[in-house]
Design a binder for this molecule. Structure first.
Ligand code: ZN
Length: 341
């Protein structure tokens, strides 16, 4: 096994006014992602998120036109061309999937979870989320059938404005296209390189390595594996889910969706416990790539300080270098409690 959790330890020296103006050292780590080689900075600073005023955001959203509420949805949202989706929209249970009028990809959907304008994070359970995820997988399968040139598939979610969502009404964004995003490309290059150098499968080695280390390992739920990321993307540690037997979202079955939603619910319960009320999800997938596996990230999002500043600043924006104020290993024991409930 050749998985490497490489890090460089460093520290900043300064005279600290909070420690009686004495010489102090602030340690940090530069970590290297075992799959992509991308770096990120990991600090261990005392930070506790304050509970945001969610009710105020919801109230403000009710004063703005919502295209996803049932009384407006049919007349204010687009439909798919009939040669692609004969019904115009995809309906699964409570969910409706429509074209994204602000598309990010050649094929871009919006899967509205339910008629409810606002679903609090506490209420996001597998049942509430199921229909929209199921509709998204169905949409991607229809795209693949309709357009054989499309090779990259994903299901994405901005939940609430701190995560970038302009519409409070909960909705997923399944995408499919011919050209990989940077993250999709880096993942593919990473596992191809690993296979070439070791003649082994990155994902099974990675899962074994995380289980052996144990410091970030959370759980296995059915066909899914859960751990915290060695190099977080977000201000607070984020979570990885891997489907070691699934090469593509196009092969996803009911059991895969339910396992993912079970784990996601545990993560969200932990976030609520941490006063986090916003998050991003991405499920990454390609079409027929021997070395790649379906995997997902769940990133907590927040406005870190009372002034309401963004948790994305120059390091992520200008240098593509994430930083986190808490090591993932420090979040793991508490998050694990939620997974064992
Ligand atoms: Zn609404």
């Amino acid at each position: 096994m050749s998985i490497e959790f490489k890090k460089i330890r460093s520290q900043v020296r300064l005279i600290n006014p909070f420690k009686n103006h004495t010489l102090d050292e602030i340690p940090f780590e530069i970590r290297f992602d075992p799959l992509t080689g991308e770096t990120g900075r990991v600090f261990d600073l005392p930070f506790k998120a304050e509970k945001p005023n969610v009710a105020d955001i919801v109230e403000r959203s009710k004063k703005i036109f919502c295209p996803f509420c049932p009384e407006t949805l049919d007349k204010s949202t687009p439909e798919f061309p009939r040669d692609f989706i004969p019904e115009g929209r995809i309906r699964v249970g409570d969910a409706v999937l429509i074209p994204n009028i602000a598309p990010f990809e050649k094929y871009a959907g919006v899967a509205i979870l339910s008629p409810e304008h606002f679903i609090p994070m506490e209420a996001l359970d597998p049942e509430k989320m199921h229909d929209a995820f199921s509709a998204s997988v169905l949409f991607l399968k229809k795209v693949s059938h309709f357009d054989p040139l499309v090779h990259f598939f994903s299901i994405n979610w901005n939940y609430m404005p701190p995560a970038g969502s302009s519409i409070v009404h909960a909705h997923l964004q399944p995408n499919a296209g011919e050209v990989p995003t940077n993250e999709q490309r880096l993942q593919l290059e990473g596992c191809r390189k690993y296979k070439m150098e070791t003649n082994r499968d990155f994902w099974s080695d990675y899962i074994e390595a995380e289980k052996q280390e144990g410091e970030r390992y959370l759980a296995e739920i059915g066909p899914s594996f859960w751990s915290l990321n060695f190099v977080p993307f977000s201000f607070l540690p984020d979570v990885r889910c891997i489907f070691p037997k699934r090469r593509s979202l196009l092969d996803f079955e009911e059991d895969d969706i339910l396992s993912f939603l079970n784990g996601l619910t545990k993560v969200l319960q932990f976030f609520v416990d941490e006063n986090i009320y916003s998050f991003n999800v991405a499920i990454f997938s390609s079409k027929e790539e021997e070395t790649h596996r379906v995997n997902a990230r769940v990133c907590p999002r927040l406005l870190p300080r009372p002034i309401g500043n963004s948790d994305i600043a120059y390091p992520q924006m200008m240098y593509k270098e994430p930083f986190t104020v808490r090591p993932p290993e420090a979040s793991c024991p508490r998050m694990k409690e939620f997974f064992s409930r």
